[in-house]
Design a protein around this ligand. Structure first.
Ligand SMILES: C[S@@+](CC[C@H](N)C(=O)[O-])C[C@H]1O[C@@H](n2cnc3c(N)ncnc32)[C@H](O)[C@@H]1O
Length: 409
């Protein structure tokens, strides 16, 4: 499997298990996220649900939202809780599905499943505990009526695979209630020097639109966000609060329904290749300056090369000079503007200044006095501006994450 943000899948699994073993075995430790009954209250679990929970389970609650807001469980359901932890949601689900139903509580971390097994045994005959990964659910196709997941997906390296697994095990028309952390802008820097960053729920999280798109790609419909909440505002760590704020990390609670069939592969690929998705992703990653500069270069030199090749092949074609120059100018100006927007992130005016010099030279060559050297020099300035902007954006991101000298709270 491919590494994510420099982490190997094994590094992520180890970090997740270390962190959630601590939440299971030493819930009084200082964590960077809210835990226990205080978190249950903050996330608006009803008193009747919270009172139902044995103290030993409630103390290790580490959910990021209240998936029951989506009301996706029915009496008699065979229901799966993915990333169940110590089992708070599993036990609440057990009371929702009743004695005719069953809850399968699944978690990766042995200490969590051990703890839940200990508390469920004898008292909750309709709860079955399994230690497994969300990426490989040991369950038959279409065997589940409803799924709950609270705070686990952001910790899973291959989220697409985990969502495909949810689709596979749900029966057609099956329901999903999910609470998870999402972000507004993705993390781009290599974080493998600090595995704790992944398990603190921000770095591994997906951009909200991408998560919704992944659900749609897998074949979920009626995806509805029930609530958004500023989960990290409750973090006891100032650094975590700042990191969360700078990436726009927040929780969502959503409901969705499994369609009869997953979309065919070609439809999935058409959705994934949609230009709007690409532009949005390039924008979030700070790559729009580079992308529009490449378009300016392609429309300038690429068009010349294409005309030359066609002429050599005997297919004469001429470029409309006004249209050609206009296209190059448009992409050049867009590149300059996108590069300049990096100022908001890194507060350095240098990329904007280099970009302005570059675009002035290109426009001068295009519309006032054409000279190939002036034009080329303009593009060199623009390339320098785009490269410097990207470098500064990444440096700012690494500094925000505290990489290379992270302080404790
Ligand atoms: C933030 S905690 C939430 C636990 C629980 N849902 C709750 O509300 O208290 C996330 C849980 O997901 C589990 N987890 C992380 N990665 C997982 C994976 N790939 N497969 C299954 N569980 C996973 C962790 O072990 C942890 O118990």
């Amino acid at each position: 499997m491919v590494a994510v943000l420099g982490y190997s899948p094994q590094q992520i699994t180890d970090a997740v298990q270390d962190m959630y073993t601590a939440v299971a075995d030493r819930p009084d430790t200082h964590f960077h996220f809210p835990v226990g009954r205080q978190a249950l209250r903050f996330l608006d679990y009803s008193a009747s649900d919270a009172d139902l929970l044995p103290e030993g389970v409630a103390e290790s609650f580490a959910g990021v939202g209240n998936p029951f807001m989506a009301q996706a469980l029915n009496r008699g359901d065979t229901s799966l809780d993915i990333g169940a932890g110590a089992g708070n949601d599993s036990l609440i689900a057990a009371s929702r599905v009743g004695s005719d139903g069953q809850v399968i509580a699944l978690d990766l971390t042995a200490a969590m499943t051990r703890k839940l097994q200990y508390h469920a045994e004898g008292r909750y005959p309709n709860v079955k505990v399994i230690q497994a990964s969300a990426e490989h659910l040991p369950l038959a196709n279409e065997s589940i009526d409803s799924i709950t997941s609270n705070g686990a997906l952001n910790l899973v390296p291959d989220k697409r695979l985990a969502i495909r697994e949810m689709f596979r095990v749900l029966r057609p028309g099956g329901r999903l209630q999910l609470a998870d952390v999402v972000i507004n802008r993705p993390v781009n820097v290599n974080c493998d020097s600090d595995p704790r960053l992944w398990v603190e729920c921000v770095v591994g999280a997906t951009v909200e639109d991408s998560l919704l798109a992944m659900l749609g790609d897998a074949g979920f419909e009626n995806v509805r966000i029930v609530r958004r909440l500023d989960y990290f505002a409750q973090s006891p760590s100032k650094q975590t609060r700042e990191i969360a704020q700078s990436f726009g990390a927040h929780s969502i609670e959503l409901s969705a329904r499994r369609a009869g069939q997953a979309p065919p592969w070609w439809q999935r690929w058409l959705r994934r290749c949609h230009p709007r998705r690409w532009v949005a992703d390039l924008h979030r990653r700070g790559f729009l300056g580079v992308a529009t500069l490449i378009l300016a270069l392609v429309s300038c030199y690429g068009a010349l090369i294409a005309v030359g090749i066609l002429a050599a092949l005997g297919a004469g074609m001429s470029l409309h000079p006004g249209l050609w120059a206009g296209t190059i100018a448009m992409f050049t100006l867009l590149a300059t503007v996108f590069i300049a927007t990096g100022f908001r992130r890194h507060r350095s005016a240098l990329p904007a200044v280099l970009g302005a010099i570059g675009s002035t030279l290109v426009l001068y060559a295009l519309f006032i006095d054409y000279n190939v050297i002036t034009e080329f020099t303009g593009f060199v300035f623009l390339a320098g501006a785009a490269g410097r902007d990207l470098y500064l954006r990444r440096r700012e991101e690494a500094a925000r994450l505290g990489l290379g000298g992270r302080s404790q709270p």
